[in-house]
Design a protein around this ligand. Structure first.
Ligand SMILES: *[C@@H]1O[C@H](CO)[C@@H](O)[C@H](O)[C@H]1NC(C)=O
Ligand SMILES: *[C@@H]1O[C@H](CO)[C@@H](O)[C@H](O)[C@H]1NC(C)=O
Ligand SMILES: *[C@@H]1O[C@H](CO)[C@@H](O)[C@H](O)[C@H]1NC(C)=O
Ligand SMILES: *[C@@H]1O[C@H](CO)[C@@H](O)[C@H](O)[C@H]1NC(C)=O
Ligand SMILES: *[C@@H]1O[C@H](CO)[C@@H](O)[C@H](O)[C@H]1NC(C)=O
Length: 385
């Protein structure tokens, strides 16, 4: 009797074990791959439908791959609501394929805890009609705020995509749910048109530079606002002079998504450098480039990254004269103040050093004098005994 407990009990016990282990694996998530998860999630039925397009068989196969150890993926998965609110026409398979590749990071499982304040990372999107970058696929520009909110730059929209559910861990990678479909970056010309940067388009056309910078492979471009171009001496320049001035606004072959303080790099105008200063007021970084100040950072392009600035950039050696032309923004003021501060600190240090040395000398002399008096007193008292 003891050794043969009733069958119903065993069944119940087994059932409990199954339910329990299922819950555990759901919590840890390690039971299904990314494609399986998409197939079973109510919130991802639009994504599931899109992945069944014939043109998406490669992407589906990748998401359906077994765990490959190190080569895990990260998928930023737009919810059904995200697809509805995007208003995008999702009937074209080639378009959808590129769109979803832009949501997929190959070879990396990026968990929310791994995110730094700014992460720029290559995706699978590498169609040469949409992307002209030297190193791999188009990038996602991901930011994580101090409060832990995660957002992703989205086309030319001022509203980034938000991650609304993090870390759905699958056997072959991780899924993060997002509230918007992320639109891949446009060409430089389309982006400038969308942002109303008409004077930039006119000036680069007049300088015979526009199609060059629109199609070059990987670059950083500093685009002055329309107001910045409204200076008589720029509007009246001939195309050769303008060409050499505007080449100063381009770093050719390199996309710099995170500008570091003190960076000094050659522009596409040979021998002319761009010098960067990054100031942090505790909340925001302000970036200065030569005589200009960055007003909008990290506008992604098909072939690199754009920064919108408040001034037409001038070569560094002209900066002193430029001040008289009132060309300069805060840069000169800040820069001069910095120099003064450095000189002040160095001079202060030297003077302080001299004063301390003199004082030490005096102190030492006084100490020696005291010691001598004492030893005389001591020796004389010794003599007495
Ligand atoms: C997923 O869908 C469920 C209903 O099926 C809903 O309650 C939940 O809020 C959704 N989650 C997200 C992140 O949209
Ligand atoms: C794009 O990426 C795929 C793999 O995802 C690769 O096979 C192909 O060669 C790449 N194409 C270009 C132009 O880099
Ligand atoms: C700019 O580049 C895009 C993307 O390659 C291309 O489709 C467009 O025709 C180019 N525009 C000009 C004026 O070169
Ligand atoms: C950038 O480099 C490419 C390749 O060397 C060159 O063809 C192009 O003219 C350069 N563009 C600029 C603006 O210097
Ligand atoms: C500084 O950053 C905060 C938070 O991102 C933003 O709301 C504010 O407008 C920024 N201030 C300036 C002067 O750029």
């Amino acid at each position: 009797m003891y050794f043969f407990p009733s069958l119903p009990f065993i069944q119940k016990f087994l059932l409990l074990v199954i339910i329990f282990s299922n819950n555990i694996s759901n919590v840890l998530g390690q039971t299904v791959n990314i494609a399986n998860y998409i197939q079973t999630s109510n919130n991802l039925s639009t994504l599931r439908q899109l992945l069944s397009y014939p043109g998406l068989i490669d992407l589906f196969t990748l998401l359906n791959s077994p765990s490959t150890g190190v080569e895990k993926l990260t998928l930023f998965a737009p919810t059904n609501d995200a697809f509805i609110s995007s208003g995008l026409d999702l009937t074209n398979g080639a378009f959808v394929s590129n769109l979803l590749k832009y949501h997929t990071v190959p070879d990396q499982e990026i968990l929310s805890k791994d995110l730094t304040p700014i992460l720029v990372i290559n995706t699978l999107l590498n169609d040469s009609s949409l992307v002209r970058l030297p190193n791999g696929g188009q990038v996602l520009y991901i930011t994580k705020s101090f409060q832990g909110d995660i957002t992703i730059n989205n086309g030319n929209s001022n509203t980034p995509a938000k991650v609304i559910q993090v870390d759905i861990i699958c056997t072959n990678g991780v899924i993060h749910l997002i509230d918007s479909v992320i639109v891949p970056p446009l060409s430089l010309i389309d982006t400038a048109n969308n942002l109303g940067l008409t004077q930039f388009l006119n000036a680069f056309t007049n300088a015979n530079l526009l199609s060059n910078v629109n199609t070059s492979i990987g670059m950083t471009i500093f685009v002055p606002t329309n107001d910045a171009f409204n200076r008589p001496n720029i509007l009246s320049m001939g195309s050769t002079e303008l060409n050499s001035l505007l080449k100063l606004h381009v770093i050719n072959g390199t996309s710099i998504y995170e500008i570091k303080d003190g960076l000094n790099i050659e522009s596409s105008s040979p021998g002319k450098n761009l010098h960067f200063i990054v100031k942090n007021d505790g909340l925001n970084n302000t970036i200065y480039v030569n005589n200009g100040k960055v007003e909008k950072s990290d506008v992604l392009l098909q072939n690199g990254v754009m920064y919108i600035i408040d001034n037409v950039i001038l070569p560094l050696e002209n900066n002193v004269d430029d001040k008289k032309n009132s060309f300069n923004s805060d840069y000169i003021a800040n820069h001069t103040r910095d120099k003064k501060l450095i000189i002040g600190t160095v001079l202060g240090g030297i003077c302080g050093g001299i004063v301390i040395s003199l004082f030490s000398c005096m102190l030492y002399k006084w100490y020696r004098a005291q010691k001598n008096t004492k030893s005389i007193t001591t020796s004389s008292s010794n003599n007495k005994t």
